[in-house]
Ligand binder design. Structure first.
Ligand code: COA
Length: 494
């Protein structure tokens, strides 16, 4: 695999080496940062080579920071071998999830927009080495990332040493899609000079002092992109409620949209494709297949994100016509894609998914039964605190109908009643804007809860009103009674 031509700074060509040589530079106890955001743009060859050292009997446990979740070669392989002592800021995967919930791996669940500044402020400790997947290295030492930008720019800036994995499955035509802007720390920080989704405010590469690049490794393993979960009736119904609401609220011109990841988010974006909205602007974190569909349909003005995470079929489509997609798509550091300043300025509509919500409009996106971590808060908090219209979605039931996702009180709070404007389940939509909590509760019960659980919720609410009253009537001794019932009997149904 010839990567020499992709290393355009001639003086760096003598640092081309194999993955095992680069992996030998990583020692037990180090703090490692990598590129990658969803199973896209993450390094593969060096993590696998490092795992091989552990299989050979070496003891290596690390602190690992990424953009968000990453592919199997990194998180899952390292977690299976118990190589991750500390992890931030987001993850998905069976092994890493099990390690975190067992306590083998300590997990810092950080708002994605805040990782870069927490690293620069020193909250996360010094970073020893970063590994960045790239399509090429420029004459000035600049690194052109691949399908995800994530936290790679700040890791390159802050790490003592940089390893670059040049992935030859990533086309050179990705060059020009990225816009890399690194804010200064206060008090030198300036307003972000961005007022439009397609605006470019930085460089098309990650600036890097060439002296920091200690190894350049070839890699020919493709991103392990995943198929999207099939759209079920519940997702279709949630999308339908939301699209009808948007039509009433906005007519044919939507504000810029932020959409979470997964089947529900993709269903909503697919619903938008069948709606009358035109000249859409997407300001989001992850761009999935629906964005490619909308570009093909000529409906997108601009799509900005930090990661391009299509399905396997979507990736083939993207590769076959990068020139067209590149006209519309900009990939930025997650510090910018998720920045509260931009979300507020652009007046975003944010749409994210919760595990459960309560009758006053608090949402839990991270911890099942209050204690078991699912994935992490991701970017949901970045957007829900700052968007102009904040939508939270969830099916009304989970676990084969034994669990109500609308409960008296959520077992963990990620998003509060202060910031959520719209709750949607397949049952309907509750518009909570301008309401007192005592007005919100009946609306959420009637519009969003499953009919089987509505009488129980009404009973709780009425007793709470009579017994304690107050601004948010709540029975402290019963707030988690439904969760306790589920733990004891396997069902929230009495
Ligand atoms: N009570 C108990 N368990 C529940 C539950 C509830 N109310 N709701 C869901 N679950 C369980 C599911 O059964 C599933 O467990 P399993 O894998 O053991 O079957 C798990 O929680 C995940 O649920 P699922 O329906 O598969 O989730 P999803 O793929 O639709 O994702 C979130 C939902 C909330 C986990 C996901 O959107 C997320 O991680 N959000 C936070 C980050 C975020 O919003 N990112 C985008 C921001 S830009």
């Amino acid at each position: 695999m010839d990567i020499v031509s992709r290393v355009r700074r001639h003086g760096l060509r003598n640092r081309i080496c194999d993955a095992a040589t680069a992996a030998a530079m990583i020692d037990d106890g180090m703090h490692v940062g990598t590129s990658g955001f969803t199973p896209c743009g993450y390094p593969k060859a060096v993590p696998l080579a490092l795992a091989e050292r552990v299989r050979q009997g070496q003891n290596i446990r690390l602190t690992l920071g990424t953009g968000a979740s990453v592919g199997l070669e990194l998180d899952e392989t390292w977690a299976e071998l118990d190589m991750i002592a500390r992890r931030y800021p987001y993850q998905t995967g069976k092994h890493i999830n099990r390690r975190i919930n067992r306590g083998d791996t300590l997990f810092m669940d950080i708002h994605l927009s805040q990782v870069a500044q927490q690293l620069r402020y020193g909250y996360l400790g010094p970073m020893d080495i970063c590994i960045v997947e790239a399509v090429c290295i420029l004459e000035n030492g600049g690194i052109v990332p691949s399908t995800a930008v994530g936290n790679a720019p700040v890791y390159v800036q802050q790490a003592r040493k940089v390893v670059v994995e040049i992935n030859t499955t990533q086309p050179l035509a990705l060059m020009g899609m990225h816009d890399i802007y690194l804010p200064e720390n206060p008090p030198s920080r300036l307003p972000l000079p961005l007022t439009e989704c397609n605006q470019r405010i930085g460089a098309s590469y990650i600036p890097c002092d060439p002296e920091k690049i200690v190894a350049i490794v070839p890699c020919d393993l493709p991103d392990r992109v995943r198929d999207l979960a099939p759209m079920d009736d519940s997702a279709r119904a949630i999308a339908g409620h939301l699209i009808r609401f948007f039509e009433k609220e906005f007519g044919t011109t939507l504000p810029p949209l932020q959409s979470g990841v997964g089947a529900l988010a993709n269903a909503v974006m697919a619903g938008i494709e069948e709606s009358p909205f035109r000249a859409l602007n997407i300001w989001s974190e992850v761009l999935q297949d629906a964005v490619l569909d909308l570009i093909d349909a000529g409906r997108i003005n601009a799509a900005s994100g930090t990661s391009l995470s299509p399905s396997p079929r979507g990736l083939i489509r993207f590769h076959s016509d990068i020139g067209t997609y590149r006209e519309k798509i900009v990939l930025r550091p997650q510090e910018i894609s998720n920045h509260p300043e931009i979300a507020r300025r652009l007046g975003l509509v944010s749409m994210n998914t919760a595990i459960e919500v309560d009758i006053y409009g608090n949402a839990n996106s991270t911890h099942v039964l209050g204690n078991t971590m699912v994935n992490g808060i991701g970017g949901s908090g970045d957007f829900s605190r700052s968007a102009a219209l904040v939508v939270m979605m969830t099916p009304s039931l989970a676990k084969n109908g034994t669990v109500s996702c609308v409960v008296p009180h959520v077992s963990h709070v990620d998003h509060t009643e202060h910031e959520i404007h719209i709750l949607v389940t397949e049952q309907g939509l509750a518009d909570l804007r301008g309401l007192d909590p005592r007005e919100k509760a009946p609306r959420i019960i009637e519009n969003c809860a499953h009919p089987d659980f509505r009488p129980l919720l009404w009973d709780y609410l009425q007793r709470a009103r009579q017994k304690v009253g107050g601004h948010i009537p709540m029975l402290l001794d019963e707030a988690y009674a439904w969760h306790v019932r589920f733990l004891q009997s396997g069902s929230m149904r009495p």
